[in-house]
Structure formats: structure tokens, C-alpha cells
Design a binder for this molecule. Sequence first.
Ligand code: ADP
Length: 253
Amino acid sequence: MSQTPLIELRQVTKVYGQGATALAALKGVDLRIEAGDFVAIMGPSGSGKSTAMNMLGCLDTPTQGEYLFQGAHVESLSRDQRARLRRRFLGFVFQGFNLLARTSAQENVELPLLYRGEASKTRHALAAKALASVGLAGWEQHTPAELSGGQQQRVAIARAIVTEPAVLLADEPTGNLDTQRSREIMELLWRLNVDHGITVLMVTHEADMAAYARRIVRFVDGVVAGDTQNPNPAGLHRPDAGVSATSAAPETV
Ligand code: ADP
């Protein structure tokens, strides 16, 4: 028997609504995710990807079944306990960046540390370090409107990793970006996985982006219909493969 996986879903179902209007979004999902993995979650619209991500991100609980995080039963935690688990172990990146508009990159990245009660000196130092690690040293005082889409997503990633999460959950992180910016974001996620050991779970519709993952899980109609390893993640083929995330080239606006 192998070690306890980082995450395990056992026969997870999720039913929205009741009676005649009840709709099963997940219909018995089994999934084991080891620490350090990079998983792309794919599948047609309505197949249950977002529902599964909400579950994995401890934002929602199963109707039936079990969710174990480092062996602990998440489905029996209170709302507050789940929130604590999220703050301590999980980072989130969304398609729409979700940055505060009139707030500098630095302050956006400091927010999770503020919620955690860190002193301003610590917040400042950790946020500056996180921004540098996504290639945005020198851009700390810029607001989102002064940054390109790719740069905004980098700020969002810095905000997600500033608390040093074990898992980064990314919901279509390149959905609003052009091909070049998308690749830069994927290389950044790939480096965070390889260099920092962060487990990455990412929903994507694009095969080119899923190609960066080590594993591709396909949802169809509320169940896992495919689960394949990717022996050659795309990041490995980059000329600068293996260099530190801190050396990610800053992009132009
Ligand atoms: P995907 O992310 O793959 O597009 P979702 O997980 O969003 O799929 O949705 C799976 C199914 O569950 C869909 O039929 C969707 O309409 C339904 N669904 C999702 N969220 C809700 C909700 N809050 N209330 C009712 N039905 C929902």
C-alpha cells in the first residue's frame, strides 16, 4: 500500500436541487492525487469540472462520498474548519484574475497575509518576493489597469503562492489570454510545480495548455472517464527548462 495521497476523492457525488429538479453534477468520482503532481482537468461543458474543483478547493462538500486531504476527512469539517484548511494549504487562480482594481500589485498580493494577521513588514517582504518569483520585480506599485492581462494573471498567481500553499487550484487560468501569454503562464505554473513542489490542479479546455501537466483527468457526464499520465510535459521541451521560477522573464506590456 502506498503512502497517504495528498488528496483522495472516494465515490463522491454532488446533487444540486431536490426532487424532480435534482441534478447530479458528480456521479461517483474516485480520484487520488499525490503531492507534487500537476493535473489538468478536462472535459466538455457541464461534465462536472467546476463542481469537482469547488470540492477539491474545499469550497463545497459532497452530497455523498468522502474527501480526504492529507488523510483528514474534509466532508465532516465545519465551514470554519474548511476555511482554515483553505487559507493554510490552498491557493486559487481564476480565469478573470479577480484583482482589486484600484489597488497596487503589491497590496493585492499582501491581502492573504493581511487576513492571516501578518505584520506589515513581513507582508511587504513576502509579497515583494512572490512578485519577483513571477517575474514582476519592479512592477509592485502598478495597478491592474496599468498591467497587461498576462501580468495581471502573474499578480494573481503571486497572490495565490504568497502563503506558500501545498496546492494551487487554477480554473482556466489562460482562458482570457492570447497564445503567447498563455504559454508564459503555463511555463510559470510548470516551474512552480517543478522548482517549488507545489501540486497544481488546473481546469482547461485547451489541449496545448493541458500538455504542460503530468497527468490529464477527463470528466464526462459527472464521472472520471479518462486518467492518463503525460510522459513528456511541454515545459520539458523549453530551451530554458529547469531554470528557477525566479528567472521567469518579465513580459512587455
Ligand atoms: P463544467 O465545469 O464541466 O462545465 P459544472 O460542474 O459547472 O460543469 O456543472 C455540472 C452540472 O451541474 C451542469 O449540468 C450544471 O448545470 C450543474 N450545476 C452546476 N452548478 C450548479 C448549481 N449551483 N445549481 C444547479 N446546478 C448546477
